[in-house]
Design a binder for this molecule. Structure first.
Ligand code: FAI
Length: 190
């Protein structure tokens, strides 16, 4: 099954996977405190505005995971003191689904003292608190659902979602809460 981009948010950990039919030549890099999806040297030039973006941004004791440019306003609202639920809802609604050929949904999560997951699609907006590992994807699995995909450490989370049984894996990131804040990990495959 092809589900496109997806994330798994648990109470203490999270993971994000880029799966892609159209833009497979991408990787995740670490820049300052954030993780960013960028084209590899093998990528064709594109004017698609949705394929390079920050996918992970920590803010104090919370970390944002997302499949597009909404990662940034969610993080900025958290930094201003917004509750995670409100930061996700406001940012997803402001930017709305992507204006591409698929009306691709935006998906996002926050891992922290309270963890949340959200998505905005053409037909609705969903933001839910997470009490167990919860998956939401851009296609097919586009409503948050409980998952048995285990996300335990940052590195474990990244490799588990990278290897998950959905088509066209490209790269993945994992995050996990620690006593010092957060650890992150990247899985870019071979
Ligand atoms: N976030 C991403 O990495 C991302 N990659 C591709 N998209 C969008 O989704 C469309 C379909 O891509 P694909 O065929 O790779 O699933 C692309 O034309 C692009 O508009 C993305 N947008 C949202 O998921």
């Amino acid at each position: 099954m092809y589900v496109g981009r997806f994330l798994v948010i648990g109470p203490e950990t999270g993971a994000y996977r880029v799966s892609s039919r159209s833009f497979p030549n991408r990787k995740i890099i670490e820049r300052d405190d954030r993780l960013t999806v960028v084209p590899t040297d093998a990528a064709d030039e594109t004017d698609n505005p949705y394929v390079s973006y920050n996918c992970v941004r920590p803010v104090d004791d919370r970390v944002v995971v997302g499949n597009g440019s909404h990662t940034d306003p969610i993080a900025e609202k958290l930094a201003l003191g917004y509750p995670a639920r409100d930061a996700i809802a406001l940012s997803l609604l402001a930017l709305d689904f992507e204006k591409d050929d698929y009306d691709t949904p935006r998906i996002a999560g926050v891992v922290g003292p309270e963890s949340f997951v959200g998505t905005v699609r053409r037909d609705g907006l969903v933001v839910e608190q997470v009490t167990e590992p919860t998956l939401v994807a851009t296609y097919e699995k586009d409503d948050p659902e409980a998952t048995d995909i285990a996300v335990e450490s940052a590195a474990g989370a990244a490799s588990t979602v990278y290897d998950a049984d959905f088509e066209h894996a490209v790269c993945a990131a994992g995050v996990a809460r620690t006593d010092e804040g957060f650890e992150t990990a990247i899985e870019n495959g071979d």
